[in-house]
Design a protein around this ligand. Sequence first.
Ligand code: DON
Length: 307
Amino acid sequence: MSASEAVTDALRDLHARFVGVRDGRRADYIPELARSDPDDFGLALVSMDGHSYSAGAADTPFTMQSVSKPFVYALALASLGLDEVGRWVGAEPSGEAFNAISLEPGTGRPANAMVNAGAIVTTALVPDSRQVPAFRRILVCLSRFAGRKLDVDEDVYASEAATGDRNRALAYLARSAGTLPVDPVAAVDNYFRQCAVRVTAVDLAVMAATLAYGGVNPVTGESVVSPEVAAQVLAVMATCGMYDSSGDWLLRVGLPAKSGVSGGLIAAGPARFGLAAYSPLLDASGTSVRGHAALGALSERLGLHLM
Ligand code: DON
């Protein structure tokens, strides 16, 4: 069997194996996310030659939520460099939930750019200019990672904006600690918009593959960020991308990854592939149950563990 037949077979088999799993719950603290279809389940893998493999609902649109965080971190790193970004946000696992208060003793920095507190700060580091508002820059960057023009799901954005007081509180705490360079209301608004950017599992696999391919989108050939930035982002995904289950994930699945509460999940095999899953039923850490199971089984079946 060729390598590409092995991938196609594995995605189909794992889709069939886990599509019947009904564990987990949709996120409902963002009311619009509770309207997603709990039966949706898609898997996608994009190789370094830009070929995409998929199974199930891999073309169904959903919002990025926290899967946006590593890509906006990449934009901040590309714009300002690691030292300047590191003055505002740390790179240590927090061992806590995605929405925890995160204030490093002494500096007041959020622990890392994958938890909400750190992601809000990271979004705020993307500068506005008179010609290009910061969110425009974020959307263009996410679109280059995906290799197509992405847009915002206005209903999900409005739903989170109407209920996102905890994130507003995190932004105000960061502001009071001196680690938020802009107005908290504006920072959170851009953050909510970035979380509501609409993608498919195939898009996410292309985006993850771009990180895996040293910042070059393997489908379009465009260099989106430098190899150094891509490596920095993958490092933080490996240690912090799965929040308080990052250690267990790296132990068992062995790949840099990022989850989101819409049910999106990415993982990257450096210089090998980008992987994505979509299924809205979540476990207690806000990770897709079917996505976690399928990516874990795929890693085992195809020998993807990095260590
Ligand atoms: O800020 C929030 O709560 C959401 N927009 C994103 C959180 C999220 O996706 C956590 N990841 N699993």
